[in-house]
Design a protein around this ligand. Sequence first.
Ligand SMILES: NC(=O)C1=CN([C@@H]2O[C@H](COP(=O)(O)OP(=O)(O)OC[C@H]3O[C@@H](n4cnc5c(N)ncnc54)[C@H](OP(=O)(O)O)[C@@H]3O)[C@@H](O)[C@H]2O)[C@@H](O)CC1
Ligand SMILES: Nc1ncnc2c1ncn2[C@@H]1O[C@H](COP(=O)(O)OP(=O)(O)O)[C@@H](O)[C@H]1O
Ligand SMILES: [K+]
Length: 499
Amino acid sequence: MLVVNSSEMKQIDLRAIEIYRIPGIVLMENAAHSVFEEIAKLNPRKVAIVCGPGNNGGDGFAVARLLKTHSYDVDVFFCFDEKKLKGDAKVNYEILKTMDFSIIKDIEYLQNNMINYDLVVDALFGTGLRGEISEESKRIIDVINQGRFILSIDIPSGINSDNGKSIGKCVYADITITFECKKYGHLLGEGREASGAVIVKKISIPKKCMDEQNIKTFSCDDKFPLSIYKRRNFDTNKGDFGKVYIIGGSYNMSGAVILALKAAIKTGSGLVCGVYPESIIDRVATQIPEIINIPCEEKNGFLEIGVDMLNDIINKADVISIGIGMGKGHSLLEMIKYILYKFKGYVVLDADGLNNICEDISLLNEANSKVIITPHPGEMSRLTGLTVDYINSNRVEVAKDFANKYGCVVLLKGSSTVVSNGEETYINTSGNPGMATAGSGDVLTGMITSLLGQGYGLLESGILGSFLHGKAGDEAYKQYGYGLTATDIIENVGKFLKF
Ligand SMILES: NC(=O)C1=CN([C@@H]2O[C@H](COP(=O)(O)OP(=O)(O)OC[C@H]3O[C@@H](n4cnc5c(N)ncnc54)[C@H](OP(=O)(O)O)[C@@H]3O)[C@@H](O)[C@H]2O)[C@@H](O)CC1
Ligand SMILES: Nc1ncnc2c1ncn2[C@@H]1O[C@H](COP(=O)(O)OP(=O)(O)O)[C@@H](O)[C@H]1O
Ligand SMILES: [K+]
């Protein structure tokens, strides 16, 4: 499903109005109808609609009229100066005034009588919200949040529709009805939680008008990423699913590479090779009998792979994952460089693979490998010099820009993972806060490595991998709640890999 920011939505609306000659008031009426339809399903006894001074408030006024004409008991709250109203919002406000509507100015009234309302509609601010919100608006949001059931129109008020950040205070809705397509704010940051269940309704904007916007950002829903996953022929053998190498681990850090190797096997790889320091062979080999062990020379507990062995790996591998639990050092950076120049297959760079290349990030541009990087915001901050806060406020742009600049696929981890090849960008929202646990990212790396080996492309593996990782985490959550572990995620992956 398409995802837009506020400026893209505005351009779509403007084109619909100016080029396709659909009056704005018709769009607002359609928006109001679609909200009315959803409210009717809830069959409320008494509804409070809290309206703001812009078109989001205009939607609210129109919904109030539709409810009233269908004999619902509805009160409108409007705590702003009516002189602020303009355009279509003003038209709908004026209509209400002709209908003997009680438009209540005092939000305390709602607070004191909340018990009487079984539905509160939040039509305070939509995609036009900018900057800080006043104490007065915060007070209104506090009161809305006391509602028994809260429906937000377009986006919960207080959420920045471009990045999901709460600008001071926000409504926490049970459901959000939005128009034509999702906004970034429904999927990212606090907005993901604040939106509740998001329902997308058509408001008669022509498909051509949408297409002309040339939107290349998408949300992942159940159907889409799973439809990438291919059924296997009966007549297959283990060699058909790629030979993948996971290079990582150090004397003090063996768990991460074990998790990645297990995840690769459990995601369906036929041949998984673990390349790690020889001193941890007992730990790794006893944990995963299914892998091919390639113990290597080491110095002070860190990998020191000779050129002959590197060449052997490069010749045999379809996919090489580098970095997990590997540590940082000059010879490790040299090894990564060597692989990136010599190897023409897929490379997954994660964790210390990324921490090592921070010193010489331009090597990504010179790479002959096809690279996917899987940083969390901290790693992305080290790679780019941007702050974690900036990265989290601009997740889509940061991932997209990096992918463009360095010619790789970027999978930016977090509660909503963003995957971009610079042109197309996907936002994944499967997963849960229980997955913020040590080793969870190592599992994702193993899964992506495995999918690349099975023939999925860089972008496909990133999208499918992050989606499956989240789904497996959601299954693990059902069993163990926030006590879920990285191993529990691995155990649940297979549930989604069947037909
Ligand atoms: N376009 C269309 O065709 C359609 C659009 N539709 C609907 O329109 C909505 C977008 O409407 P919008 O652009 O009028 O913005 P909206 O969210 O109501 O807020 C603007 C108002 O809030 C105010 N305000 C802003 N920031 C503030 C702050 N920090 N603190 C306090 N006040 C602040 C701002 O004041 P100003 O900055 O102008 O002084 C202005 O008065 C969209 O979400 C959807 O619901 C549907 O009808 C379908 C068709
Ligand atoms: N709140 C959350 N909701 C969904 N997924 C999450 C959440 N927190 C973390 N994750 C996922 O868990 C993984 C954590 O990876 P990472 O930070 O690299 O951890 P580690 O280094 O311990 O393996 C990422 O895939 C991330 O997207
Ligand atoms: K709203």
